[in-house]
Design a protein around this ligand. Structure first.
Ligand code: NAD
Ligand code: MG
Length: 363
């Protein structure tokens, strides 16, 4: 049995819970058992199930926990009402009650859907996150945002609902396609840009080891990001203020994803380009230097991520960005940087500044 390397607590106002970061967590059953009931529903998808479902299900059964699996089709396009219903069907068919624990085994798509099912089934049952992508380990599994997509908008139906615990097993990252590793790295870099210039220097120095999946380095990165997210969530669980800073690069990123068609650009890839655009906007606002933006573009390339967005019409950029959840009373708000490592929420009523920043990427 391998040991767990790190743990930290998330002190969300609604619920306090641990994050465990390590390897071999599936084998260390005592830890998992402390956070689940006698009956477990494992929610996963048809890509992750062949890789990890048996190990988890056997560990549960060997320890006297009744476990059944709900295997959903893989992909963001299935983060919808049909999949949510499939989870409810599985829960009802297996007579899940209020003490049944849902274990979300997979990336952010599985975690968001399983979390929302847990929030709503019989008005709320406990759930545990076992994130298996870098993105979900550093971001989506922590903080209690759960959701499904609506045909008219991504993540439009959801709830704030915190898990009982998060188990980030770095072993699972070994099977992750490289493009997905890079996409997760975009969110890692985002944390550095929004709040920690020392972490940015650390990432610049160690990106080769991280992309080479060196576990000790990945553990440091996941731990650091989870600490940052936990600190923010503790202060602003439901995004009334500073939690919005986690959306650095996301207003532009969502526009790229929507314009290019979801799935063609991975979320993380769009966020990478979005962070570069946030830098260019910050330059226009006079708070960042050209050499800062060059540094950001360089680290994106180091992580095999795009360092520039695709080109399309300004009207399209605007149309997508006006749908952003940060729009308040019609006013667009952007997360900009007052320095590398310091993010601020900036209302913007003059679209000319935006047009200037986006100029090279306007058709
Ligand atoms: P994902 O869940 O689609 O996973 C990416 C791909 O990797 C999928 O094909 C998946 O099946 C596969 N996969 C997962 N684990 C694997 C493994 N260990 N080995 C091999 N393949 C594996 O995508 P994601 O990037 O993890 O998450 C994106 C989703 O997360 C989006 O829906 C986004 O809205 C959501 N999200 C939520 C929050 C939040 O706070 N709740 C934050 C960020 C993102
Ligand atoms: Mg994101």
């Amino acid at each position: 049995m391998k040991k767990v390397w790190h743990n930290l607590m998330v002190d969300a106002p609604s619920h306090r819970y641990p994050i465990y970061i390590g390897s071999g967590i599936f084998a260390d059953f005592a830890l998992l058992k402390a956070h689940i009931g006698k009956k477990v529903a494992i929610v996963t998808n048809d890509v992750v199930a062949p890789l990890y479902l048996d190990t988890l299900q056997n560990a549960l059964r060997d320890n006297g926990v009744a476990a059944f699996a709900i295997v959903l089709p893989d992909g963001e396009q299935h983060k919808n009402h049909a999949s949510l219903n499939a989870i409810y069907d599985g829960l009802l068919r297996h007579h899940a009650d209020r003490k049944t624990t849902i274990i979300a085994l997979g990336g952010g798509v599985v975690g968001d859907m399983a979390g929302f099912a847990a929030a709503t089934y019989q008005r709320g049952i406990p759930f545990v996150q076992v994130p298996t992508t870098l993105l979900s380990q550093v971001d989506s599994s922590v903080g209690g945002k759960t959701a499904i997509n609506h045909p008219l908008g991504k993540n439009m139906i959801g709830a704030f609902y915190q898990p009982q615990a998060v188990f980030a097993d770095l072993d699972t990252l070994d099977t992750l396609p490289e493009r997905e590793l890079s996409a997760g790295m975009a969110e890692v870099i985002k944390y550095a840009l929004l709040g920690d210039s020392d972490f940015l220097r650390w990432l610049e120095a160690n990106m080769a080891a991280l992309m080479g999946r060196n576990q000790a380095f990945l553990a440091q990165a996941v731990l650091h990001c989870c600490r940052m997210k936990a600190a923010i969530v503790a202060q602003d669980e439901t995004e009334q203020g500073m939690r919005a800073l986690l959306n650095l690069g996301h207003t532009f990123g969502h526009a790229i994803e929507a314009e290019m068609g979801y799935g063609n650009w991975l979320h993380g890839e769009a966020v990478a380009a979005g962070c570069v655009l946030a830098c260019l906007l910050s330059e226009r606002l006079g708070s960042l230097k050209t050499k800062d933006t060059a540094r950001v573009r360089a680290i994106m390339r180091q992580a095999k991520l795009p360092d520039a967005p695709p080109v399309f019409a300004f009207e399209r950029w605007l149309a997508h960005m006006r749908h952003d959840k940060k729009v308040e009373s019609g006013m667009m708000r952007f997360v900009t940087l007052s320095a590398l490592g310091r993010a601020v929420l900036t209302p913007l009523d003059d679209v000319r500044i935006l047009r200037d920043a986006l100029q090279p990427f306007i058709l």
